[in-house]
Write a protein that binds this ligand. Structure first.
Ligand SMILES: [Cu+2]
Length: 125
């Protein structure tokens, strides 16, 4: 075999690798149901109310969260959500529930003795 054959082969491998990567990135898409689901949530020592949220896969979730006592946090890491909740200030969190399952959200700011138990669940069906 000649040197050129191997050079050509390596070239083809590199080019097809680049093409495949490009294709992958254009294939990534999020299917939405087009429905926006609004929820109002209260954070307080030491719970979220409601603590369980049920949605359907593809729903766009709009969560309005307000702490009514001290500073809390709202972390839903499976959907890249992590917000600080200043007392009395409403924040809006938006994301698409693009995967099924049960996902835990929790307080991410140390807020007192019950902090570690301050959590809830997003259920996506
Ligand atoms: Cu906390």
């Amino acid at each position: 075999m000649s040197k050129y054959f191997w050079l050509l082969l390596i070239g083809v491998i590199i080019v097809s690798g680049v093409l495949l990567t490009k294709q992958k990135s254009t294939l990534t898409s999020i299917t939405t149901s087009g429905k926006v689901k609004d929820f109002s949530m209260i954070a307080k020592q030491w719970q979220f109310d409601p603590s369980i949220i049920n949605v359907k896969q593809g729903d766009k979730i709009r969560l309005k969260i307000k702490s009514i006592d001290v500073t809390h946090g709202f972390s839903l890491l499976d959907f890249n959500v992590n917000e600080n909740l200043e007392p009395g200030k409403e924040i809006i969190v938006e994301f698409i529930a693009d995967k099924k399952g049960e996902f835990t959200f929790f307080c991410s700011v140390i807020c007192g003795t019950g902090h570690s138990g301050m959590k809830g669940k997003l259920v996506v069906e």
